[in-house]
Design a protein around this ligand. Structure first.
Ligand SMILES: *[C@@H]1O[C@H](CO)[C@@H](O)[C@H](O)[C@H]1NC(C)=O
Ligand SMILES: *[C@@H]1O[C@H](CO)[C@@H](O)[C@H](O)[C@H]1NC(C)=O
Ligand SMILES: *[C@@H]1O[C@H](CO)[C@@H](O)[C@H](O)[C@H]1NC(C)=O
Ligand SMILES: *[C@@H]1O[C@H](CO)[C@@H](O)[C@H](O)[C@H]1NC(C)=O
Length: 370
């Protein structure tokens, strides 16, 4: 046990949010009614002319695939939970909807999340609900088995949305947009959402406190906040995971965006994102795509938030008289399910004031993302 703990403590990075105020103004959007949610779609066909792009055959296979299927936005839904939010009107009663990207194979992560930070509950007087979003993995027998697994989980927990597309890294944007489309029909009035990965630890108790303390924003105004990344552009080196060749994006810059491991947004911003997505071509990096959609509506990630990577700090490094109201964020990479379970329990152990883990929740509200 002590060995295991030692291996994951160093992966903490602590972020500090300074002055969380001034959520941006509401922007009037043109009225537009989308048709009701559609459950089946004809199979999307490969774009044959994509291969005519200069240099196509020298691109990695996955990028070729991305270009050939970039236009595909609709896939049949396999597992649906239309009653999740209590209908469109009922969805206003959900304060925080946790939308967790999960690949079918990650059964153990989902199980632990259900018992820890993603537990559905009345937290500090408001409702937290959970949805895992997934595509399919594998082929033939493997695919069928994993689909069966998700079906069983859905029956038991009512928390799985699954579409029939290949759940790969470059299809995460697709997954995001499919979710937004589903939400537009089934949960349009949810107050806030946390969008995140299934290997992160999110301190949802403190997220609720943070969101409830927002001045003048009950989810009906813009909020898009998390780990801000600025002044970046596509990596042009084929060996990198985030490789984006000119054939995919010609320009050299990305809008400011939020690290996709975990971020918070309002229901309003999610709706805007969805509307904008109709006219923004898919980008392979989902974090960037989301920011592109919001940029189109002139909505930005909360750039007034100071995010600092502080590394390890002890409680006495923090000046409790600091004039700005702020939150601490613990950022945890690649949590193993068992570690996450231990961590979450220790966060709630009244006898571990500062814990073996670095938590300042006794001094300040703490939230943990990614
Ligand atoms: C197919 O690819 C070509 C070349 O990139 C592009 O110009 C065209 O818009 C694509 N078609 C669709 C339907 O996306
Ligand atoms: C939802 O609320 C609207 C406006 O209050 C109302 O017109 C509509 O009938 C409600 N729909 C359902 C299904 O309750
Ligand atoms: C996305 O999913 C579709 C449908 O399964 C698949 O055809 C395509 O290859 C996937 N795209 C990538 C880039 O993996
Ligand atoms: C899904 O993607 C994986 C990895 O890119 C690939 O090996 C597999 O053939 C794809 N399956 C389908 C059905 O497209």
């Amino acid at each position: 046990m002590s060995l295991m703990l030692a291996t994951f403590i160093p992966s903490f990075i602590i972020f500090r949010f300074v002055c969380l105020n001034n959520p941006s103004v509401i922007r009037a959007l043109p009225e537009y009614r989308f048709p009701a949610y559609k459950y089946s779609w004809p199979k999307c066909r490969q774009n044959i002319s994509a291969s005519g792009v200069p240099g196509f055959y020298s691109l990695p296979r996955l990028i070729q695939d991305f270009l050939s299927y970039r236009h595909c936005r609709h896939f049949p839904i396999i597992l649906d939970i239309p009653d999740k939010c209590g209908g469109a009107n009922g969805s206003a009663d959900i304060f925080l909807l946790l939308v967790i990207k999960s690949s079918p194979v990650n059964y153990d992560r989902r199980e632990v999340l259900r018992k820890t930070w993603a537990k559905e509950r009345l937290q500090n007087g408001v409702w937290i609900r959970r949805i895992f979003i997934a595509g399919t993995t594998g082929e033939g027998y493997e695919k069928n088995t994993l689909n069966k697994l998700l079906e069983i989980e859905k029956l038991e927990h009512n928390d799985i949305l699954q579409w029939d597309f290949n759940d790969t890294f470059y299809n995460l944007t697709l997954k995001q947009v499919l979710f937004l489309e589903w939400m537009d029909t089934n949960c349009p009035n949810v107050r806030f959402l946390m969008n995140g990965d299934d290997d992160v630890l999110a301190h949802t108790d403190n997220m609720v406190d943070y969101l409830k303390n927002l001045k003048d924003n009950d989810g009906s105004k813009h909020l898009f906040t998390g780990y801000l990344i600025e002044n970046r552009g596509p990596y042009r080196y084929p060996d990198l995971k985030y490789y984006v060749p000119v054939q995919v994006q010609e320009t050299d810059t990305y809008p400011p965006y939020l690290g996709g491991g975990g971020f918070l947004l309002s229901g309003y911003s999610a709706t805007v994102m969805y509307k904008m997505s109709h006219s923004v071509m898919f980008h392979p990096i989902d974090d960037v795509y989301i920011a592109m959609c919001l940029e189109k509506a002139e909505l930005r990630p909360t750039s007034h938030i100071g995010v600092k990577i502080a590394g390890h700090r002890s409680p006495d490094n923090i000046d409790p008289l600091e004039p700005c109201y702020f939150k601490e964020i613990l950022l945890v990479h690649r949590f193993l399910p068992a570690e996450l379970y231990v961590m979450w329990n220790s966060l709630h152990d009244p006898n571990l004031k500062y814990g073996i883990y670095i938590t300042y929740q006794c001094l300040f509200p703490t939230m943990v993302v990614q």
